[in-house]
Design a protein around this ligand. Structure first.
Ligand SMILES: [Zn+2]
Length: 191
């Protein structure tokens, strides 16, 4: 049973503090966003989350114990999140959302940082850009579908996040050296 004083309850007052980036609530509580795995101070300038995805914590340790990671932007623990951890948030996000259109700006919003800094840090740590990483996942998923389903190239392209079939085929060929149809045929032939 939750009573009115439950410190982990998302009250209207807390919600308003989050929406208004109200600094006077900082360190009275923290909020975590379940869809991104990040937690923030109420004053964080990042995009207002979907209310259904918000969880409230009394302190940063609790949030971290539940495997939420401190936001890079508002630094709820007072320390900088290590770059490698931050890049981990981006790759997790892309691993889960590859089927959606994801721009660098979206990623910057979700992962709480500037697009420029995000791009640079990602490249330094992963040795590829976020766009290349995303394309790798999409092509791998497409290969999975080609091997294991009879879906058309058009369907598969859209399932893995390409909005245009012709672009999907071009990228697929550039990455794998063959078209989706050839790739599937080779698997059938056992080559
Ligand atoms: Zn934040």
């Amino acid at each position: 049973m939750l009573d009115r004083d439950d410190p982990e309850l998302l009250t209207e007052e807390k919600w308003q503090a989050i929406v208004r980036n109200d600094e006077s609530h900082d360190f009275k509580f923290f909020y975590a966003v379940t869809s991104t795995g990040i937690f923030c101070r109420p004053s964080c300038k990042s995009k207002v989350p979907n209310r259904d995805n918000v969880r409230i914590f009394r302190n940063a340790e609790q949030a971290m114990r539940e495997e939420f990671r401190p936001c890079k932007r508002c630094k709820p623990t007072g320390e900088r999140l290590p770059d490698r951890e931050w890049v981990g948030i981006m790759t997790d996000y892309m691993d889960k959302n590859f089927a959606e259109p994801i721009t660098l700006t979206d990623l910057a919003e979700v992962c709480h940082g500037s697009p420029y800094h995000l791009h640079r840090t990602f490249k330094r740590i992963m040795d590829m850009t976020p766009a290349e990483y995303l394309q790798n996942i999409r092509i791998e998923k497409a290969q999975d579908y080609l091997r294991n389903t009879s879906k058309s190239a058009r369907e598969i392209g859209s399932l893995v996040g390409f909005q245009h079939t012709s672009y999907f085929i071009t990228v697929f060929k550039r990455r794998t050296g063959c078209t989706p149809a050839e790739y599937r045929q080779q698997r059938i032939d056992g080559r």
